[in-house]
Design a protein around this ligand. Structure first.
Ligand code: 5AD
Ligand code: SF4
Length: 452
């Protein structure tokens, strides 16, 4: 097909948005548009937005705002806001970005071809944000002229029914719905046949996969994916502590391709705050689940999300979070200052925490975690880790004076999800290699090939 023009997508936010952007590229590709990494080359620009916190939302407005000048120079340029901010703000977006052509909600991806044709025929300021309860399926994107990425995301379910009081997701992504195991297995088999070695299964709450539809449990889905030939590794995110079943823990223990890694957001260590957040578990239940997990999956790589400064959070509540972090000893955490979101009930809760106090708590929490991350990484020095090679390393390792690195520097991950950079000749992306860890940095490891 003749190239109709170039498409540029700016993705903000989570892994799920990266997956959605790939899907948008599949649709654009079918229409005859080629992907470009150069904004100035683009004929269509899509900003795939995130509204989880105000900061992410503002990033989208400022990116799209800056397109005004480009549109003056290139009047045929089509500009589109997609994703969660589009779904949330609907046609209010045009008040802030008058030059924008399209607001494309999270449920409307399949309408993209019709909408682009409408803009081309002269329509402006189109809003498509109707809700749908189905999942739009497209085949996976296969890179044709470049080497395949070794690791890819695959969304297995969309939406969320949990209604945590701080969270905008149920309002912008809709009710929870799962894809069928057949379509997921078909997508991953196609990826594996085209050189992909590792998939990360995505959903807001993957543990409740298939429950609503009564299709099969998440552990049963893992069993099916574990059987896909040529696939080496399976990761998944995000898991909700209230739905972390023994069945899933046993699946992590028993299925050889399922990695020894779990992202289990706790959000707070205080029972009072967890209740106000509507999380559905207590600190004690969370710690019990971690014990169970560690009993069956020793050395599991554990990470979590935390929110500090939730309305009414006292110093004592915050100290409960600090103590939980010390008790668990996570490999890493993602910590956020609470941000009021439109529609989310917590935005109407009393007891707002002062912004300066929030930032102080955030820094204190991150500093505490840093000491655990360091300890965990240092403990791996001298061990041999099985690493799936993802590509060339952009991080240059520390060298001694006069030392000259001649071997290529590669990068990959351990089974537990730690990033490893290493010197190796004759190793290509997709290989599984044994690496002896020589140094621990704050967020990665460095080592050398240890042979078979
Ligand atoms: N404010 C701050 N952090 C939030 N998160 C979700 N909503 C908010 C909010 N309103 C965090 C949670 C979640 C992660 C993806 O983002 O920790 O797990
Ligand atoms: Fe948001 Fe809670 Fe659903 Fe996670 S589980 S997406 S935090 S509502």
């Amino acid at each position: 097909m003749k190239c109709k023009g170039y498409a540029y997508i700016y993705t903000i936010g989570c892994q799920m948005n990266s997956y959605d952007s790939e899907k948008l590229f599949v649709i654009l590709d079918k229409m005859g548009y080629q992907k470009t990494e150069e904004l100035n080359q683009a004929d269509i620009v899509i900003c795939n937005t995130c509204s989880i916190r105000e900061k992410a939302q503002e990033k989208a407005f400022s990116f799209l705002g800056r397109l005004a000048d480009k549109k003056k120079k290139k009047p045929h340029l089509i500009s589109i806001m997609a994703g969660c901010v589009a779904q949330q703000e609907k046609d209010k977006v045009f008040k802030r970005i008058p030059h924008l052509d399209v607001v494309l909600g999270t449920h409307a991806v399949e309408t993209l071809p019709r909408i682009i044709e409408a803009v081309k025929s002269g329509k402006t300021r189109i809003t498509e944000t109707r809700e749908s309860h189905t999942i739009f399926e497209t085949p996976p994107r296969i890179e044709e002229n470049t080497a395949p990425k070794i690791s890819r995301f695959v969304t297995i379910m969309q939406g969320c029914d949990n209604y945590c009081t701080y969270c905008v997701v149920p309002y912008v992504r809709g009710r929870e719905r799962s894809r069928t195991p057949e379509s997921i297995v078909e997508e991953i088999s196609t990826l594996a046949d085209n050189g992909v070695k590792e998939v990360t299964l995505l959903g807001q709450n993957v543990n409740s996969y298939g429950q609503k539809e009564g299709i099969c449990s998440f552990a049963q889905l893992l069993a099916k994916i574990n059987d896909i030939p040529k696939l080496e590794r399976i990761r998944f995110a995000t898991s909700h502590p209230k739905d972390l079943s023994d069945e899933l823990i046993f699946a992590m223990r028993d299925f050889d391709k399922v990695c020894n890694q779990l992202h289990l957001p706790v959000q707070s260590g205080s029972n009072g705050i967890l209740k106000k957040m509507h999380r559905g578990y207590t600190r004690e239940i969370y710690l019990e689940r971690i014990d169970m997990l560690r009993t069956h999956c020793p050395d599991v790589g554990l990470s979590s999300d935390m929110i500090v400064g939730f309305p009414s959070e006292t110093r004592h509540d915050f100290e409960q979070t600090l103590s939980l972090v010390s008790t668990v000893g996570f490999d890493g955490i993602f910590a956020f200052a609470y941000s009021d979101r439109p529609n989310a009930p917590a935005s109407k809760f009393s007891g707002a925490v002062d912004e300066t106090e929030k930032m102080a708590r955030l820094n204190e929490l991150l500093a505490l975690q840093e000491s655990f991350t360091e300890k965990k990484n240092n403990a791996l020095v001298g061990t041999v880790q099985r690493v799936l090679v993802e590509g060339e390393s952009l991080k240059k390792r520390h060298t001694e004076p006069g030392e000259n690195i001649t071997e290529p520097q590669m990068t990959g991950r351990t089974d537990t999800g730690k990033i490893v950079h290493f010197s190796a000749a004759g190793v290509v992306p997709g290989d599984l290699v044994n690496i002896k860890i020589a140094h621990a940095y704050s967020h990665s490891l460095w080592g050398t090939c240890a042979g078979e």
